[in-house]
Design a protein. Structure first.
Length: 365
C-alpha cells in the first residue's frame, strides 16, 4: 500500500510498516475489566490489529442509556497496553477528558461526531491538546457538512496538532436508508482531496449499524483508497451494553478481514498502463462533448428566457419540468445509464436553467 502522499505520523508509520490499511478494533464501550482484556487478547491473537479502541465516556442521544464507565475504565486500558501490547484509543469530548486520558498514558484520542458538529467544543479540545503531541482522530459531524469536518481538522492543525486522521462514520438523514448512517461517499472523498496528507479511516460499524453490512462497507472503503478501518468488536455482541447490533466477535472480525480484497492504487504492468491511458483519453474526448452539449442547451435556455420575458411569462413551467425529469431518466434506462444518476444530474441542470432565466428576466432594459 502506497502512503507517500501522507504526512509522517503515528498512523502513517504503521501504514508504511504493514503495507496494508490501518486496522482499529475494540468494543463500542468498555463495560468491565474482564470484557476489555478478553477482547484485547483475542484481537492481539489476530496479529494485524494496530490500535485497540474503547469508549469510556459515551455521549448517548437520550439520558438513561449506558453512558460509559468514565475514568474507572482508564486503568483497564493501561493493562491492555502493558500486558497485551496494544496501543489504545478513546473518545474525548471535553478538556477534562483530555486531561484524564493523558494522565493515564492513552496513546490516541478521537473526537466524536456529536462534538465535531460544535466548533466551540472543538476549539476547546484543540487548546487542551496543543503541545501534547498525542495523535488525534476526528469523526465526521453527525450532519452531512464537510465544512464542519474540515473546520475541526483546521482548528487542530492551527493549534500545532499535526498527528491527525479523519474517520468517516456516516451521516444522519431523514431519508429511508438501509444504513444506520448514510455513507454519502462523496463527502469523505471531498475531504480527502482537501487534506491529502491526512489518513482517512472508515467506520463501517456506525455506517451500517448491522453486522451483515460491515464487509461490503469495508470493501467499498478500501476500493475508494481509504487508509484504514475502525470496526467495533465485542466478545458477546448480543449482550453488549451499547450498539449491540453493529458489533462482531473477534473471530468474526478475523473472518471479515480475511475476506477483504486489497487492491493496488496502480500497476506497473505495461499493458494495463497503455490501456488505461487510451481509455482516459477517450473519456477526455467524451467529457468535452458533454460540456459542449451543455453549452448548447444553456444557449437554448437563454433564448427561451428572452422569449418568456418578451411575452411576460413566468420562469417555472411545472408540467414541462416534470416531463423532462421523467423522460430523461427513461431515455437513460434505455441506453444502460443509471436512471437515478440522470435524475440527479437533471436536477442540477434545472437549477442552473432557473438561475440563467432569472438573470435574463430581471436584467434591466
Amino acid at each position: 500500500m502506497e502512503v507517500t502522499h501522507l504526512a509522517d505520523t503515528f498512523f502513517t508509520r504503521r501504514l508504511t510498516a504493514k503495507g496494508q490499511p490501518l486496522l482499529i478494533a475494540g468494543p463500542c464501550s468498555a463495560e468491565t475489566e474482564e470484557q476489555v482484556l478478553a477482547t484485547a487478547r483475542s484481537l492481539q491473537a489476530l496479529g494485524n490489529i494496530d490500535l485497540f479502541r474503547a469508549g469510556i465516556w459515551k455521549p448517548r442521544t437520550r439520558p438513561g442509556s449506558f453512558e460509559g464507565m468514565g475514568k474507572t475504565a482508564l486503568p483497564w486500558l493501561q493493562r491492555v497496553q502493558q500486558e497485551i501490547g496494544l496501543p489504545v484509543a478513546i473518545e474525548v469530548a471535553t478538556p477534562h477528558h483530555v486531561e484524564q486520558a493523558l494522565a493515564h498514558g492513552i496513546d490516541v484520542l478521537w473526537i466524536g461526531a456529536r462534538t465535531t458538529v460544535n466548533p466551540f467544543a472543538v476549539q476547546e479540545l484543540a487548546d487542551a491538546l496543543a503541545g501534547t503531541g498525542v495523535p488525534v482522530m476526528v469523526k465526521n459531524p453527525v450532519n452531512p457538512d464537510v465544512a464542519l469536518w474540515a473546520g475541526a481538522l483546521e482548528r487542530l492543525e492551527r493549534a500545532g496538532i499535526t498527528n491527525l486522521a479523519a474517520i468517516h462514520r456516516g451521516f444522519s438523514t431523514f431519508a429511508p436508508s438501509r444504513y444506520r448512517n448514510a455513507p454519502t461517499w462523496a463527502l469523505p472523498i471531498e475531504l480527502k482531496t482537501r487534506f491529502p496528507h491526512i489518513p482517512l479511516i472508515c467506520d463501517p460499524s456506525h455506517i451500517g449499524g448491522r453486522r451483515d453490512l460491515l464487509l461490503p462497507i469495508a470493501q467499498k472503503a478500501l476500493d475508494l483508497d481509504y487508509d484504514g478501518l475502525m470496526i467495533e468488536t465485542h466478545p458477546d455482541p448480543d449482550h453488549a451494553l451499547s450498539d449491540a447490533e453493529q458489533q462482531v466477535t473477534p473471530q468474526r472480525l478475523g473472518e471479515i478481514l480475511s475476506e477483504l480484497k486489497y487492491r493496488y492504487r496502480s500497476s506497473d504492468n505495461a499493458e494495463y498502463l497503455n490501456k488505461a491511458e487510451e481509455l482516459r483519453q477517450k473519456m477526455d474526448v467524451a467529457d468535452r462533448e458533454i460540456i459542449e452539449a451543455l453549452a448548447r442547451r444553456m444557449s437554448l435556455v437563454e433564448e427561451l428566457a428572452a422569449y418568456k420575458k418578451e411575452n411576460n411569462v413566468k420562469i417555472l413551467q411545472l408540467d414541462r419540468w416534470q416531463e423532462i425529469f421523467t423522460s430523461r431518466a427513461e431515455w437513460a434506462g434505455r441506453v444502460g445509464v443509471n436512471e437515478k444518476f440522470v435524475e440527479e444530474l437533471y436536477k442540477l441542470i434545472h437549477i442552473e436553467s432557473i438561475r440563467k432565466q432569472t438573470e435574463i428576466l430581471n436584467r434591466p432594459e
